[in-house]
Ligand binder design. Sequence first.
Ligand code: HXC
Length: 537
Amino acid sequence: MSPDTLVSDKKQAEARQPAKPLETTAAKLKDLTARRKQISLGGGEAALKKRKKSGRLNARERLDLLLDPSSFQEMYQHRKHRCTNFGMERKDLAADGVVTGLGAIDGRPVCIASQDFTVAGGSLGEAHGQKIVEMMKMSLKCGSPFIMINDSGGARIQEAVDGLNSYGEIFYHNVLASGVVPQISLICGPCAGGAVYSPALTDFIIMVRGNKMFITGPEVVKSVTGEEISAEQLGGADTQATVTGNIHFIADSDEQAFAICRKLLSFLPSNNLQDPPSRNTGEVDLTEIPALDKLMPDSAREAYDVREVIRLVIDGGDFLEVMEHWATNIVIGFARIDGNVVGIIANQPLVMAGVLDINASDKASRFIRFCNAFNIPIVSFVDVPGYMPGVNQEHGGIIRHGAKLLFAYSATTTPKITVILRKAYGGAYLAMCSKSLGADRTGAWPTGEIAVMGAEGAVPIIFRREMEQAEDKEARRQELLDEYRVKFGNPYLAASRGLIDDVIQPRETRRYIAMSLRALQSKRDLRPPKKHGLMPL
Ligand code: HXC
C-alpha cells in the first residue's frame, strides 16, 4: 500500500467517526437510529424528491412493492466502500448504492438486491458488488430464489478494477446458483456494458419499458460500425422482447414487472431439491373439455391458435407465457393442470405454420432445461410441419440450433408428456419430445399425422416417375396423395408400432395429462454419471 493511500484512508476514517465517543447506551441507540435514517435516505432527500418528480420509484419503494408487507430484513446496510480515488474518501455512499436483504413473496423466502440510482448512479464498486454476492451466497445456503433489481450506471469508474472484480464474482455466483435456485433479474433502470451479463446469466429477465440494455450505446456503435440507431431501437425493452430474445417478460411499469415476478415465482420451487408448488387436492380431475373436439380445422392447411388448446386444457385458463413476443412460432410458459405445475411447449400453427427454426429451437430448449433443473414436468403439444428450410437458416446454423432441442428433451428427466394434435413430421416430430427422446406418455388426437413428411411433399419424391408416365397426371397425383394420406395421414401407424401409447379424443386431453402426471409423480430416471453433457452451440 502506498503512503498516499494510507493518508487518504486515515482521512476517510476520520470523516466517518463521531467527534467524541458515545458514552451512554441511550446515545448509542440514538446513533443507530440516526444512521439507519441516513442510510434509508439513499442519495439524500433532494435526490429522492427529484426522483419522485421524475415518476421513478426508488430502490426501497421497489422492495416495498415487490415483497410481502413488512417482510424485508435489510443486510449489510452499514457496508462502506474503501475507495480513495478522485475524492471518494469524502463520499459516504448510503448502503453503497444497493439495498440488500431477505424478504418473502407469498410467504416464501427470497434473497434480494435493489440498486439505488440516487447513490452514485447505482454504480457498482467493490462493496456494492460484494453485498450482492453475499445475497447470492445466502440464496444458495437457504435454497431461496435470488432476485436482482437492476438500476445502475455500471462499473463505478473511480473504483477501477475493484468494481470489475466484483462483477466477475457476481457472474461466478450466478453460475454457481444456476439450476440450484431460480434467479430473476428485473431491469428497472440503466443496464449497460458488462453489467448486462449478470441478468443474461439468470433464468428470467423482466424488463420495464423506457429502460435500455446494451453492450455499447448508440455513440460507440456509430463510431465503430458507422451505423446510426436510437438507444431505444438498439436496446429498448421492445427490441429486447421482439428482436433479440434477450428478455423473457416486458412490463409497462415497475409495478407490472413486480406482479409478473410474483406470478412467475408462484409456479417455481424455491430450489432444485423441492417440487414446484402444487395445488393438487389428491383427487384426479377427470373433467372432459368438449370445446376441444371442435377446435381443429378440417383442412390441414388451416391455422388455429394453439394457445386456445392450452387455455382450455389448463386450470382456469391461467397461462404465464414466457417470451411471448419472440420466436412466436413456438409457445412456452407455465401453467397448472389438475393443480400440478407444468411447463408447456407448443408449436404455434398461426405463425409460419408452427415450423421449427433457429430461434424457436433456442427458445424451447432453454425453457426445457429450466423445467428439468427445477423438477417441473413438461407437456408438449405438437403440430409441426418440420424444421425450417432456407439459406438463412442453414447458414445461421439450424443444424446446431435444432440439435439443442433434441439434446434438451433427451437430457430431461422430469415427467415428459407429449400430445400430438396434428402434424408431426420428420426430424421435428422427433424433436418435439417423441417417445424415442424419452417421452413418458405420448398421446395423439385422431387428427394426428405422424410421418416423414406431408403428402404434398412426399408424393412428388417417391412417385415422380409414376406421375410423369401417367396419362392423366393430375388424376394420378390425386390418387397417390390419397393413398399416402390413408397410410400415413393418421396416428394409427405410429400407434401400431407403439410409438404413441394412445389415440385420445381431444375432449379427453386434460384428463389424459392429469392422470399421466399422477402416474409420473414418482418417476425415476437414472443416467450414466458424468460431469456434464455438451449441449450443441
Ligand atoms: C461512477 C457514476 C457512474 C459510474 C453514473 N454515475 N454512472 N459514477 N461510475 N459508472 C454517477 C454520476 O457521476 C452522477 O453522480 C450520478 O451517478 C447520476 O448520473 P447522471 O449521469 O447524472 O444520470 P443520468 O443523466 O440519468 O445518466 C445515467 C447514465 C449515465 C446514462 C447511466 O450516468 C452514464 O452514462 N453513466 C456511465 C455509464 C457507463 O459508461 N458505465 C460504465 C460502463 S462499463 P453525481 O455525483 O453527479 O450525482 C461497465 C463495465 C462493467 O459497466 C464490466 C463488467 C464485466
